[in-house]
Structure formats: C-alpha cells, structure tokens
Write a protein that binds this ligand. Sequence first.
Ligand code: NDP
Length: 254
Amino acid sequence: MILERFKITDKVAVVTGGTRGIGLAIAHALGEAGAKLVVTSRTDKFGGFESLKKAGYEVEFYECDMTDKSIPQKIIDFTLNKYGSIDILVNNAGVAQHGEMEEFNDDLLDKIMNINVDAVFRMCRSAITPMKKQGSGVILNIGSVSGIISNIPQPQVAYNASKAAVHMITKSLASDFADKNIRVNAIAPGYFRTEMTSLPKEHEHWYPTWNSMTPLNRMAETDEIGAAALFLCSPASSYITGAVLVVDGGYTTR
Ligand code: NDP
C-alpha cells in the first residue's frame, strides 16, 4: 500500500533544465512513476530529451531561455495546451558562477539572479493560477546547500544569495497557498557530479576540499536525487510543505 503513495500516474510535470544533470535525473524519476513530462532548456546537447523518449515516457521538449521574462507563462500555456493540466512544477534550471566579490560585475550578478531567482518566481506565479483552478498542485524548487551555509573554497556570494532566495520563495508560497491544496517544497543538494560542478584544471584542487567537508566523503551521482524528488512530488509527502530537504551527504552537519 505504501508504494501506492509514490505513484503519480498521468500527472503532468514540468521540469525546467530537465535535459541534463539533476533535472534530467528528476525527469526520469517522475516519468518512471507515471508522469507526463515537459522538459525545458536552451538546448538538448547532451541528449537528455532523447533518453526520456527512449525510456518510453510521454514527454515534450520546450526549447527556451529562462532569462526571457515572457518564457515562464509560455511554458505553462504550452503544458496546459498539450496535456490540459499542470500538476507538478520542478524549478531546476540554474546557473553557478564563481568570482571574487570586487570583480563580480553587474552582468554576472544579473545573470545569476535572473535565472536562479526571477525565473523561479515567474514560473511559480504562472503555475499557481491553473493549480488553484484545479484545486491542487505541487511545486518543487531546487535550492542548494549554498542557500544554507557559505561554501568554501570558491567565492560565490551571488549564487549563495540566489539559492537562499529560492528557499524563501518556497516557504512563503507554502504558507500562502496551503489552503489552496498547493504544496511547495525545496531540495538543497550538496555537491553532485554534473556539468555545473565540472571544474577547469586550475580549480580541480577544490574537489578534495569538497569531499573532505562532506561526511560521506564523496560527490553524489545524479541518480541519487530522483527518489527524494519523487517523494516530494508525490502523495507520499502529503503532509510536507515549506520544507527544504538537504540531499548533501551530511555536508551541512559541519
Ligand atoms: P547543469 O548545469 O548540469 O544543468 C543546468 C540545466 O539548466 C541545464 O538543463 C541547462 O540547459 C538549464 N539552463 C541553464 N541556463 C538556462 C537558461 N538561461 N535557460 C534555460 N535553461 C537553462 O546543472 P545541475 O544539474 O548541476 O544543476 C541543476 C540545479 O541544481 C541548479 O539549480 C543548481 O543550482 C542546483 N544545484 C546543483 C548542485 C550540484 O552540485 N550540481 C548543488 C546544489 C544545487 P541549457 O544550458 O541547454 O539551457
């Protein structure tokens, strides 16, 4: 019986940045649990969309740049036109940018905040209306341990601040829309092996620092996020809203 609560058969799920890395792993988890999918990104250069199709899921690719303010509403409209509802929204698309504070220019700051914060806000805003009409919905935002602690050795003030904002968007929406049967949670990943954490040669010495600060003493593989995401997107977590679930190998214990 308990496994029934993890099923999301025929639920419609949008996963931004769902073509590679953490987003792709989440899309596979939701697809395997029965969801119909829309994955978004600027490109499918790593073949993630193709891998979802190959797995046999009902899936659409919406090619877009999240820095365009009009895109979030278009993604939701596309989803409603295609499938008739939006049951699950996973705000995963994000960018990381390291840089010393004094040299971190406005363009970099705008880029981080536009994609990591503003687009997440807009996606939630566009999804809330149909979710209210439907009388239910689930939003999962991908934050970061960087929204909870200040990582070292990389300097990344803007990224850390952007992820703290994602956690607060999560809690505020959870509080405001609980009475509309809309649950909103976040996952705060630790270090996962993806394009984002693939370091240039000169920064490779950061890896041992990251590992030594992680009690499990290693980075995570992307398939270690799917079960946590499915839990928060399915009725298995029916009494959980406003939570930030760390999936970090114990990183934030230290
Ligand atoms: P990746 O860089 O591997 O993937 C990011 C995804 O977002 C890609 O699909 C990318 O597609 C999409 N994306 C980026 N910029 C844009 C844009 N302007 N418009 C549309 N789509 C965009 O990152 P991860 O999988 O590692 O990260 C996923 C999320 O998890 C992010 O929010 C990240 O901050 C968070 N996170 C990651 C951690 C890690 O260790 N990897 C740790 C903590 C949090 P494309 O480039 O084709 O547009």
